[in-house]
Design a binder for this molecule. Structure first.
Ligand SMILES: Cc1cc2nc3c(=O)[nH]c(=O)nc-3n(C[C@H](O)[C@H](O)[C@H](O)COP(=O)(O)O)c2cc1C
Length: 336
């Protein structure tokens, strides 16, 4: 095949997938990325104005967002399915119903077993990509029949398991472990990261935090500015008992760590998260005393460009960066 495997699978121009982000990646961002040749993705709470406890209403808001993306672009896009555990599965069941009815082009499935929805989604003609953080899970996803796996390295913003494998180690492990296409992310924000990911064996690139700081993202402007202001080692990994979260290191994160240290009960932690969760930062703009999921790459983000312009500049920079790399390799190997 004379085409990149992710571009071929998804029918897109550039193998760059905008990762789903709770309260952040709505129709405007997804459509802008897809229109620019990448793969835009709708995340949980896309288009929502309040925290909605009713799974039915949550799913209908997602249906509206799907229609909105379709009104903005005729290019392929994806929708996130956060499988969830226990009671939370009722949300993903409803979302999957909407996805199959709407026959969306692709689904990015995370936080749950790959065999839960793969068959249902694929029977509806939907391409399925499953997010993993170990090579063993990548193999399980392949066995379950997914079309591609997505590596989420330890650098990545948001919630994940306790495995701590970095993008640098996880990507080649997974590329060696499976035959299906591999998308990788966690720490990628420019053309250097894209080249590195390809060198590690990935077919495609997964970028979340970098797209959070763009014009079309639904992130509150206070949050976008906090990401731009963040420098160097600006995120922290929080132990949320059932998962870890990589967040911007702010007063919320400090307070949460103090509570964990002093042995706060699950109930107290839950109450604190309810009152200082992502909705409060991303929607209400409380950028210091509420949770901002964010990757280590924040330290490299200095602006909030339009998403399509960002993607275009990364792609445009690839040739130059590659030429520099080639020169270095030739210097090392002595070939001309
Ligand atoms: C603000 C934010 C919210 C996120 N929410 C979700 C989510 O709802 N579902 C999900 O599968 N991943 C979520 N993630 C993880 C991303 O999809 C992706 O794995 C991550 O952003 C990639 O690493 P990067 O941030 O270094 O680009 C979130 C990440 C961020 C930054």
């Amino acid at each position: 095949m004379n085409q990149n495997r992710i571009c071929y699978l998804l029918g897109i121009r550039y193998p760059v997938v905008q990762a789903p982000m709770n309260w952040v990646s709505g129709a405007a961002l997804a459509a802008a990325v897809s229109e620019a040749g990448g793969m835009g993705t709708l995340g949980p709470n896309a288009g929502a104005k309040t925290i909605e406890p009713d799974p039915e209403k949550t799913a209908e808001t997602m249906r509206e967002q799907i229609k909105k993306v379709r009104s903005l672009t005729d290019k392929p896009f994806a929708v996130n399915v956060v499988v969830g555990f226990g009671e939370d599965v009722k949300y993903s069941q409803k979302i999957v119903e909407v996805l199959t009815e709407e026959k969306v082009p692709a689904a990015i499935v995370s936080v749950g077993r790959p065999d839960t929805y793969t068959e249902t989604l694929k029977n509806a003609g939907i391409k399925v990509m499953h997010a993993i953080s170990t090579a063993r899970h990548a193999q399980k996803a392949q066995q379950a029949g997914v079309d591609a796996v997505i590596c989420e390295g330890y650098e990545a913003g948001g919630h994940k398991g306790f495995t701590e494998l970095t993008t640098f180690v996880l990507t080649p492990l997974v590329a060696d472990a499976v035959d299906i296409p591999v998308v990788t992310g966690g720490g990628i924000g420019d053309a250097r990261g894209v080249l590195a990911a390809l060198a590690l064996g990935a077919d495609g690139i997964y970028m979340g935090s970098r797209f959070m700081a763009t014009q079309e993202s639904d992130s509150h402007d206070n949050v976008k500015q906090a990401v731009v202001r963040a420098k160097d080692a600006c995120t922290i990994s929080l132990d949320k008992q059932f998962m870890i979260a990589r967040d911007l290191n702010n007063t919320f994160a400090d307070q949460f760590r103090q509570m964990r240290k002093s042995g706060a009960s699950a109930e107290e932690l839950g109450k604190y998260l309810d009152e200082h969760g992502q909705y409060h930062a991303q929607h209400l703009g409380r950028a210091d005393d509420a949770e901002i999921c964010c990757g280590q790459v924040a330290g490299m983000i200095n602006d909030t460009p339009p998403a399509g312009e960002l993607l275009g500049s990364i792609i445009a920079d690839l040739e130059n960066r590659f030429a520099e790399l080639e020169k270095q390799v030739r210097q090392i190997t002595g070939s001309t």
